[in-house]
Design a protein around this ligand. Sequence first.
Ligand SMILES: Cc1cc2nc3c(=O)[nH]c(=O)nc-3n(C[C@H](O)[C@H](O)[C@H](O)COP(=O)(O)O)c2cc1C
Length: 183
Amino acid sequence: MLWIRTEKEIRYNSFEDQLLIREHDIDPDKKKVALRQISYGLYIVSSEHDKVIGADTVNWLSQASFDPPLIMVAIKADSNLHTATKGSGSFAVNILSSSQKDLAQDFFRPTSAEGSKLNGHSFRKETTGSPILEEVYAYAECKVVGEIALGDHTIFAGEVIEAEHIREDQPLEMTATGWYYGG
Ligand SMILES: Cc1cc2nc3c(=O)[nH]c(=O)nc-3n(C[C@H](O)[C@H](O)[C@H](O)COP(=O)(O)O)c2cc1C
């Protein structure tokens, strides 16, 4: 078959080729060090669906719109949290305080539920049914309104349908922990 490319296609393809070349030329160490300069907070994102409970400490999270109020979070594609978020269509953002590094650490491991405790910590359910940890000083509950599955994490966009600031405190920041997740 004869395939004749238009000038536009040739230009487009060569631009794509340039992008590919640039992508492959990235020095992985330089990329890692540069990306690790992005600053983050730490949160426990939780969700439950059909007996699958996921509650994981995450840092790839941000507000993404005022109106409607949106939060976006990148959730590991092969995690229970991912399964529960997709199934339930909702998630809760448990906002950690600067004194809750130990609490963050308890949610790096797979989630285990015993009675009204998750990984040893009491929780309750409010509007969405996603677990809200009793110890947190602020939280938001979100309804999933969009998702983008491109890499090893899926980006979920959630509309904030409930939010509480229970008491005064300071948020836990990634730089204060010495941990990295990114790069
Ligand atoms: C510092 C740190 C930050 C993390 N940030 C994220 C994140 O943004 N998104 C995510 O899905 N997992 C993140 N994780 C991984 C989760 O906390 C958790 O270990 C993992 O999702 C558990 O998966 P599992 O349910 O398959 O055991 C992070 C881990 C660490 C140590």
